[in-house]
Ligand binder design. Structure first.
Ligand SMILES: [Zn+2]
Ligand SMILES: [Zn+2]
Length: 169
């Protein structure tokens, strides 16, 4: 799990243990591989191109890495959307998630650490689900349902529904 600047290691340790449980894989934080994502900045939008960061993670991660997910504070986008919480390679190895819009402070509200942790887990499980070939799920409770706003993120579970679970070993 490569880490971007300004991301708390405590938050990531918590995420790593949650991911290990969900995916039944050993999962660790790799602070060393923190990346300067300046190359992905779109200065007109003042946001970072998620797909470019994804490619860079794929290029730097050794082949034996089963899955890699980058966590950043930077605001991410893809050209067809105003923002994304994260992005992943469908059926690939790599994913990226931004904390920016998962944080209540982004909406001018007081910080809520527990809520941020929950949202981060849901978003990370969701993006990693895509790396296992999962597409969006119609079950609104399933972590693979698509959510473009935090209120939708907050009502879904952090687990896969039975159908989706089958795809993730
Ligand atoms: Zn998705
Ligand atoms: Zn599902």
């Amino acid at each position: 799990m490569p880490v971007g600047p300004g991301v708390s290691v405590g938050l990531l340790d918590h995420l790593a243990s949650a991911l290990a449980k969900v995916f039944r894989l050993s999962c660790h934080v790799q602070e060393k591989s923190a990346m300067d994502a300046g190359f992905a900045l779109d200065s007109r939008r003042n946001q970072y191109h998620a797909t470019q960061i994804l490619r860079r993670i794929r290029d730097i991660e050794p082949e034996e890495t089963v899955r890699a997910i980058g966590i950043t504070r930077l605001d991410l986008f893809v050209p067809i959307l105003t923002f994304v919480f994260g992005e992943a390679e469908l059926g690939g190895r790599c994913a990226v998630v931004s904390l920016q819009r998962l944080d209540e402070r982004f909406y001018g509200l007081p910080a809520r650490e527990e809520l941020l942790r929950e949202r981060l887990i849901k978003e990370a499980v969701h993006e990693l689900g895509h790396t296992f070939g999962l597409r969006h799920c119609e079950d609104w409770r399933c972590v693979m349902t698509s959510s473009h706003a935090v209120d939708r993120l907050d009502i879904k579970a952090q687990e896969f529904c039975r159908e989706c679970r089958r795809m993730v070993r």
